[in-house]
Design a protein around this ligand. Structure first.
Ligand code: GUN
Ligand code: ZN
Length: 495
């Protein structure tokens, strides 16, 4: 048995994860080890696991560089700032450190405190396949890589094996809010919600609905629609709004290729009646679009399929939308429908490149999505990077003369715009007083091209900080993540 000290900046409670005034832990070699959420050390497995509804937090304050978009526009950058979080997990103060009291403040300098990333589109059961199948067209990739994998995500045990690690991985990538698809099975979606509840991440999840083609051969096709609606409604009753809105439900018909018009209509009705979200895919791949035209000859175009089902509107998040006609674009804007832009997936599956500037100019509401495993990378910083390169390629190869986004625009899209797409921007998406403290602390030193370069936060402006985080992302650069002021397990510990 040995005792090991923990560095002093953990002496103050920062989120109440494993209790206040933590200085010493007993470490045993004889018993199984668990990774300590707070300090990244391997600790005795008797350290209590966090399960169920979150414990109340502790007020705490952090000193770091602060970089955030602002709701009113623009951004705030404090090279040396202090963010205070109250006992309810809300941001109580954002100020310059100079001249402020610093006693008891957790000093994370030179880490950069950002709002947690919002991932508007991911597929939980697909994480094990991340990086497999590059360049296949969507429908072949689904058949070969995705449906066989999702078929195995079929019960609570499968969820217990995968979902806790998946949520840790999202947090390690800097994502504090994720909108994700499960598989077609109720039990594993329920298990995924349980894992999200215990982990602390903000999660909106949905059981996938498919009645035209499906990978669950055990269900009598004649009963799929009713059963899928009933099971979705049961999950909604249990999870939508749980933990004061930290968990939510998205009714999830997979896409028009796998759903009948009846399923699309009934699922949209369910979402409207229960005030949940509605998510699906649209206009991702040329072969998929052709198939939709073949299956829905009465519809004007792909967007019209969802329009006829009553699926468009402010609670709807459509993934991809990269090949829209002007009519489709105008209709999505008119209905306030939200888009999850997933550029790394779009290149990985050779689907196409979104004309992002044209869409933004038209007023389309857009946030970012990893689309794992269509996208190989969970990190929204990585998504920003591929998104930025994609727009540059449009300019240099396709003669697109629209302006490209700057690093701080990408930050906004990956945080506040994502929160806005979910209608959660009054709660999260930026580091502003009154919002819930969904934060990440990122180490900018890890983005340098050489080790041990001196780093002085006072000498780096906001755009350059963000540019490095996008274009020189390091997989371990997110050192901490919090939702409502509560530390999330996943990021690899202190600086
Ligand atoms: N369209 C329908 N299902 C999927 C999926 O799982 N991933 C992607 N990228 N597109 C889809
Ligand atoms: Zn997807």
């Amino acid at each position: 048995m040995t005792l090991r000290s923990v560095s002093s900046d953990f002496a103050a409670p920062d989120g109440g994860f494993i209790g206040p005034s933590l200085c010493w832990w007993t470490i045993s070699r004889a018993r199984p080890m668990a990774v300590c959420r707070d300090i990244g050390l391997h600790l005795d497995a008797s350290v209590p696991a966090v399960t169920g509804t979150l414990p109340p937090g502790h007020p705490f304050a952090i000193r770091a560089t602060v970089l955030t978009p602002l709701t009113a526009g623009g951004s705030e950058h404090l090279a040396d700032g202090i963010v205070e979080v109250d006992a309810g997990g809300r941001i109580a103060g954002v100020r310059e450190a100079a001249g402020a009291a610093t006693a008891g403040v957790i000093d994370l300098r030179p880490l950069v405190l950002l709002p947690g990333m919002v991932d508007l589109h991911a597929h939980l059961p697909q994480l094990p396949n991340a990086g497999l199948g590059a360049g296949l067209d969507l429908l072949t990739w689904l058949d070969r890589y995705v449906f066989p994998l999702e078929r195995r995500f079929d019960d609570a045990e499968a969820a217990a094996r995968l979902a806790p690690a998946a949520f840790r991985a999202f947090a390690a990538a800097g994502t504090t809010t994720v909108l994700a698809y499960g598989a077609v099975f109720k039990a594993s979606t329920d298990g995924a919600f349980q894992a999200a509840e215990a982990h602390g991440i903000r999660a909106i999840l949905g059981k996938v609905m498919m009645d035209r083609i499906t990978y669950d051969e055990r269900i009598d096709p004649a009963t799929i629609l009713d059963r899928s609606l009933r099971e979705s409604e049961e999950l909604i009753a249990r999870w939508h709004g749980a933990d004061d809105g930290r968990l939510g439900y998205a009714v999830t018909p997979r896409f028009a290729v796998s759903c009948t018009a009846d399923m699309l209509r009934a699922s949209a009705e369910l979402a409207a009646r229960t005030e949940t979200w509605w998510q699906t895919h649209v206009s991702e791949d040329p072969g998929e679009i052709d198939e939709v035209h073949r299956l829905f000859p009465e519809a004007r175009d792909y967007v019209d399929v969802y329009d006829r089902a009553g699926g468009l509107g402010a609670r709807t998040i459509l993934a991809h939308a990269i090949h829209l006609s002007d009519r489709e674009l105008a209709r999505l804007v008119e209905t306030g429908t939200r888009i999850a832009h997933c550029p790394s997936s779009n290149l990985f599956l050779a689907s196409g490149v979104m004309p992002l500037a044209r869409y933004l100019e038209a007023g389309l509401a857009i946030g970012l999505g990893s689309d794992v495993a269509g996208g190989p990378d969970l990190s929204i910083f990585g998504v920003m990077r591929v998104g930025a390169y994609s727009q540059t390629v449009r300019r240099v190869v396709a003669d697109d003369t629209e302006p490209t986004l700057a690093p701080l625009d990408w930050l906004r899209m990956g945080t506040l715009d994502g929160a806005r797409a979910l209608g959660l921007d009054e709660r999260i998406g930026s580091i502003e007083v009154g919002k819930e403290a969904d934060l990440i602390a990122v180490d900018p030193r890890m983005t340098a091209a050489m080790r041990d370069l001196p780093y002085d936060p006072a000498e780096v402006d906001a755009a350059d900080v963000m540019s490095r985080l996008i274009f020189r992302s390091h997989p371990d650069m997110v050192r901490r993540a919090w939702v409502r002021g509560r530390r999330l397990e996943g990021p690899p510990g202190p600086a």
